[in-house]
Design a protein. Structure first.
Length: 558
């Protein structure tokens, strides 16, 4: 603990020295003059307000204040167009602190660039800032952006541009990228990619520096969070690759919307960036930020179409640069070459966005809840099932299943393989400002020479149910021709003894370090068997005995 605190202090001290040194060498007051030329009091207020809004959603809407590492997530995904809360909230909600902090760090780097390019003091159509830089916030209407008759007036006062219009624009983009995101979207990344699209067109070189800065900021933040990282050689639990869960479609929609907004702003101000820098920046951005990483899945196979993706984003980068670079040469009537290229970008954006409409329009089946024991929490039903029909799509699914017909929500929140690896899980349900947890527990025995038998139990408050038990499994070992099987049952496991495929005895498996007898009815030469469970290190072993014969049947962890 002392070492970690010292390392954190060292990181902050070195950063402070570096910043002071750069500030001193770079003319001291130059940075303040540059920032106050575009920002009220030199502060990107719109960016800070936007970041604060996302944090407040996490803390108070998703209940992250009480459960920082495990917020309510399911009620805030964009499940379908009929679930308005999800569509409105998905663009501001996050799956956990790592997801939240990654998006906030990206916003912290990109949003001030966009806000700086836009400016709190509106320029005229030639790009010249109006009015002169104010010394204080409270100024006369003439000082704040012109009188109402000059086309700017109160709506373009610096404070309004900083605290209202910029944050409101990002809120609008967050909702749009949620509405046109394909498949159960969640997170602020659609808005982050919008900011990236605006920044790379308006400030190409600064955006490249910003991307490098983002990497550096992330490294420093992780070092502050965990100064000494220790890991074991554990391979971890089964699960899809990280890239399979990235919603590239939503990122592309946000990025292209940002590019179009930046193009409109450049046209309005009659400006154009350096084309060489623009081309370099756009190509680097679409490649480095993985806009090419389109993936599909079929069962347990995940496919990333890297070749097609890279070809597409390089073509897209060329079209974006052409849209900015080419002149307004008339082709037919008043239609120019630039109009055609802009129309092409708009069409691409619309096609990518509208691909989200069919899956987001699918409703729930008439009877979507699996026919198993379950726990109900308000409008939610939580259960466990395997190979049951999905409540919204034409496929089968397995795992810890959460259903809410009111929210058009049907999701497997923990796959069977993941639950088998961890042994337990938590299904979090909730709504605005509230959350409830359903604990899921998987218990099992690994049968000698056969598959594992297991049972799943759910618990919430004082209620416990047993929605699933696997099929019995027979061990390879026999005693005097008697077969031994482990049978899962609600709340327990049982040992079943069969002879000539007829059950001749059955008892519940005893607790650890205890034993009992199984009476055998009508069995050939055997009256009883002794069944015991003994501990061997971190494992328990089920053993069956008769006179001098001792047979291991199954093993369990814990």
């Amino acid at each position: 603990m002392v070492l970690e605190m010292a390392l954190r202090a060292g990181i902050l001290l070195v950063l402070g020295v570096v910043f002071v040194f750069v500030w001193y060498l770079d003319g001291r007051g130059r940075w303040r003059e540059t920032l106050t030329d575009r920002f009220v009091l030199g502060v990107p207020w719109g960016s800070l307000v936007s970041i604060l809004l996302v944090v407040l959603v996490y803390l108070f809407v998703q209940s992250g204040l009480e459960n920082w590492s495990d917020p309510a997530v399911l009620p805030f995904r964009s499940w379908s167009y009929s679930y308005v809360l999800g569509m409105l909230a998905a663009g501001f909600s996050h799956a956990g602190p790592g997801h939240l902090l990654n998006n906030l760090l990206a916003t912290l780097v990109l949003a001030p660039l966009v806000e700086y390019a836009w400016g709190h003091y509106p320029p005229d159509d030639t790009g010249r800032r109006l009015p002169a830089k104010p010394p204080v916030v409270g100024r006369s209407e003439d000082d704040a952006g012109g009188d109402p008759g000059d086309g700017r007036g109160r709506l373009n006062r610096p404070v309004a541009r900083a605290l209202v219009w910029f944050p409101l624009g990002l809120v609008t983009i967050s909702v749009l990228t949620s509405v046109f995101a394909r498949g159960f979207s969640l997170g602020y990344s659609g808005t982050v990619f919008f900011l990236l699209g605006v920044a790379v067109v308006l400030l190409p070189l600064a955006t490249i520096v910003g991307m490098v800065t983002l990497t550096g900021v992330t490294v420093v933040f992780r070092a502050l969070q965990t100064p000494v990282l220790r890991v074991t050689a554990d391979a971890g639990g089964p699960g899809p690759p990280a890239w399979a869960g990235v919603n590239v479609q939503a990122h592309l929609v946000g990025f292209l919307l940002g590019v179009l907004v930046a193009f409109a702003l450049l046209r309005h101000r009659n400006r154009r960036p350096d084309i060489g820098r623009l081309a370099l920046a756009v190509v680097l951005v679409v490649l480095v930020r993985s806009l090419w990483s389109y993936a599909t899945s079929s069962g347990d196979v995940y496919t990333r179409w890297q070749g097609f993706g890279v070809i597409f984003v390089l073509f897209l980068a060329a079209v974006i640069v052409a849209m900015i670079a080419i002149e307004d040469e008339q082709l037919v009537g008043s239609v120019t070459l630039r109009d055609i290229v802009v129309g092409g970008v708009v069409v691409i954006t619309v096609v990518i966005a509208l691909s989200s409409v069919p899956p987001n329009s699918i409703g729930m089946d008439e009877d979507p809840v699996p026919d198993t024991d379950a726990i109900s929490v308000q409008d939610y039903t939580v259960t466990y099932a395997e190979e049951v029909p999905h409540g919204r799509f034409d496929l089968n699914d397995s795992g810890v299943i959460v259903v809410s017909e009111r929210r058009d929500l049907w999701a497997s929140v923990e796959e069977p393989d993941q639950l088998a690896h961890s042994g337990n899980a938590t299904a979090v349900v909730g709504g605005v400002g509230w959350r409830e947890s359903v604990h899921v527990e998987r218990s099992d025995w690994h049968v000698v020479g056969n598959d594992t038998v297991y049972a799943v139990a759910l618990e919430h408050e004082d209620r416990r149910v047993h929605p699933f038990q696997s099929d019995p499994r027979r061990a390879d070992a026999r005693i005097a021709g008697h077969a031994l099987s482990v049978v899962p049952a609600p709340g327990e496991f049982r040992l079943r003894v069969t002879y000539d495929n007829e059950t001749v005895g059955e008892r519940a498996i005893p607790p650890t370090n205890e034993s009992l007898t199984v009476d055998l009815a009508g069995s050939a030469g055997l009256a009883e068997l002794t069944v015991g469970v003994e501990r061997r290190g971190d494992h328990r072993r089920l053993v069956v005995e008769h006179e001098d014969t001792r047979v291991p049947v199954a093993q369990a962890e814990g």
